[in-house]
Design a protein around this ligand. Structure first.
Ligand code: ZN
Length: 597
């Protein structure tokens, strides 16, 4: 029997699901409950003991032990396998055990640090100002417990000494990012001093790092200090609070994205539980992949000063390209500057603001009119341009029409004139938003470029990953959007046909220093070197399973992006064809559209 079968035979599915949901008997060997995967008032989620399976008749999802835990925990299959193997005492074939145990050890070290910071906050006389700070911000004990908030004393080696006494080595302290090597002598000193400590958990609740907020008024010091990138802490792949918010995000089918950790903490204290924080509003591809496990709907709460800023909107491009549906939360002026302040003033203000989040189109529309005079010709032109840039990319013709009509009325312009302006807007200006300062910043290109560079760098980082990408996922040259990537990839594929096994010495991917293969042009060599370097910087210390996962997610994202772009192109052509009434072309495009989907 293989491991999954063995696990299933040892663990009754009703017992397993019963740990997550209150199951009620529903006939012979059957149980029912309210479905955790969609909102409902009467139970349509059934578990069958004889068949050892589950199914929801409301949202038509179902499966076995593994699919249930995958969904409810937002885990990958491998992670579920490990979890359930541990639960049932089934031994798994060894899998990169050394790396796995190194990661586990770093988590242990972090757990010890959490305990130290917690007790420092509770007991140290010098932590009084930290206790006062949390009290002033209205954080109650339960919430402080839930988020494991702590205090890093204003000492140089107190944490390091305490953990070393607990059997942690200085090396481990540095690997965990908790301590820094001392310039003088052999010792290490504490990275976090005199700060309120926010432990950062991964999606499963493992503590992987910390953010420390300053307490003193010292302007010389950074307001926030974070754990540096470690083997388990990857800032761009984390969302603060997701481990606690994921269940509610799925139930509400909506994730609320805020900027500050305190916004999350305060929200949870008042039972607004589907809130997570990203550092800034520019969500990364990894963060989006995480969120996608739970929902495709995001409600974004911008910092009030940042709202209306072109850069803020651009931060959402990646999410928009990934087919997330996005709404914007606006706090009323009297609510304060961020969700944290709003919640403490009155939780209902915050709940209300979430409820009344508006679509991104609506938001852009309002922004365009803000602080401008629609009757002035100059302003009129700017408003029209900003809004039309968005309108022309609305896929649904009825919705497009709605906004055009509205804009015509609000600007006192004719629809014909607006259509003419829109017709003149050419090229990929989709994410080009004109700021009040008339600075034009085309957006998706940079993002796409960055994203592709990272993916390419990942493929070059390890031969195994290259092979997985070229052979298993069959990434082809034309899937790269950047011409230089297509070109380099073609050369590499040609040089190293996938079926040919490479002698180690000729292998450009072997060894610690990646060298470009012979025969590249100087330009190609340059690009290769940049990518190789990026790979080393980004993926150092990543375990192979994490690299593989990253690759799978990245390639899928690139493919989705391509499809979206192709769809946009077809829609544009379709509109063109409709305008001139070219029915043959319309038929042809419709067919292409169908093929794409
Ligand atoms: Zn359901």
């Amino acid at each position: 029997m293989d491991a999954p079968e063995e696990i299933k035979s040892r663990l009754d599915i009703a017992d397993l699901i019963g740990e997550y949901l209150p199951l009620k008997p529903a006939g012979a060997g059957a149980f029912k409950a309210l479905c955790p995967f969609h909102q409902e008032k009467t139970p349509s989620f059934y578990v069958s003991r004889p068949r050892q399976s589950w199914h929801c008749f409301g949202c038509d999802q179902g499966g076995d032990h593994f699919s249930f835990v995958e969904k409810i925990e937002g885990m990958e299959f491998r992670e579920v396998l490990e979890l359930l193997a541990q639960k049932t005492g089934v031994e798994l074939p060894k899998f990169d055990q050394q790396k796995a145990s190194a990661r586990k050890r770093l988590q242990e070290v972090n757990d010890l640090a959490v305990r130290f910071f917690r007790s420092a906050l509770a007991q140290l006389p010098q932590a009084e100002h930290a206790r006062q700070y949390l009290k002033k911000r209205g954080v109650d004990d339960l919430t402080a417990d839930l988020f494991k908030l702590g205090y890093a004393p204003n000492e140089w080696t107190m944490l390091s000494d305490a953990l070393i006494k607990n059997g942690v080595t200085a090396d481990e302290l540095m690997q965990a990012g908790l301590s820094i090597k001392s310039d003088r002598g052999q010792g290490v000193y504490d990275r976090f001093r005199d700060r309120v400590m926010f432990p950062i958990a991964d999606v499963h609740g493992n503590i992987v790092g910390f953010t420390g907020r300053i307490l003193s008024e010292d302007k010389q010091q950074a307001k926030y200090v974070n754990t540096p990138e470690t083997a388990i802490y990857h800032k761009s792949a984390l969302l603060y609070g997701l481990d606690k918010a994921k269940g509610e995000i799925r139930r509400q089918n909506l994730a609320v994205i805020v900027e500050g950790n305190m916004d999350v903490v305060s929200s949870h204290q008042f039972n607004v539980n589907h809130v997570v924080a990203a550092s800034g509003t520019a969500l990364t591809i990894e963060q989006l992949a995480l969120l996608k496990r739970f929902t495709s709907n995001l409600a974004i709460a911008f910092d009030q000063d940042a709202a209306g800023n072109a850069a803020t909107l651009r931060g959402l491009d990646l999410a928009r390209q990934q087919d997330f549906s996005i709404s914007i939360i606006t706090l009323p002026p009297e609510a304060g500057k961020d969700p944290d302040e709003a919640v403490r003033k009155d939780p209902e203000i915050w709940k209300d603001a979430i409820k009344h989040a508006i679509s991104i189109m609506e938001w852009i529309y309002r922004q365009a009119f803000r602080n401008r005079h629609a009757e002035k010709p100059e302003d009129k032109k700017i408003i029209a341009r900003e809004v039309l840039t968005e309108i022309r990319h609305i896929a649904d013709p009825v919705e497009r029409d709605h906004w055009l009509k509205k804009l015509a009325v609000d600007l006192g312009a004719s629809e014909e004139a607006l259509r003419e302006v829109m017709g003149k807007q050419k090229g990929d200006t989709r994410y080009e938003i004109r700021n009040k300062n008339t600075k034009t910043e085309p957006l998706p290109r940079d993002h796409q470029r960055e994203f592709e560079q990272r993916l390419f760098a990942l493929m070059l980082y390890r031969l195994e990953i290259w092979r997985t990408g070229t052979q298993e996922l069959v990434v082809t040259s034309d899937e790269w959007g950047e011409a230089e990537h297509t070109a380099l990839y073609t050369v590499l594929l040609g040089r190293y046909p996938v079926e040919e096994s490479l002698p180690a010495t000729a292998d450009p991917f072997s060894g610690s220093a990646i060298r470009p293969p012979a025969g590249l042009t100087p330009d190609e060599t340059k690009i290769f070197n940049v990518l190789a370097l990026l790979g080393e910087q980004t993926f150092q210390d990543w375990a192979i399973d994490k690299l593989r996962h990253e690759l799978t997610v990245g390639v899928a994202a690139m493919r989705r992006l391509r499809t979206t772009q192709e769809r946009t192109r077809l829609e544009d052509e379709m509109r063109q064809a409709e305008r001139v009434g070219d029915t043959a072309r319309i038929d042809e495009l419709t067919q292409q559209f169908k093929n794409l989907l």
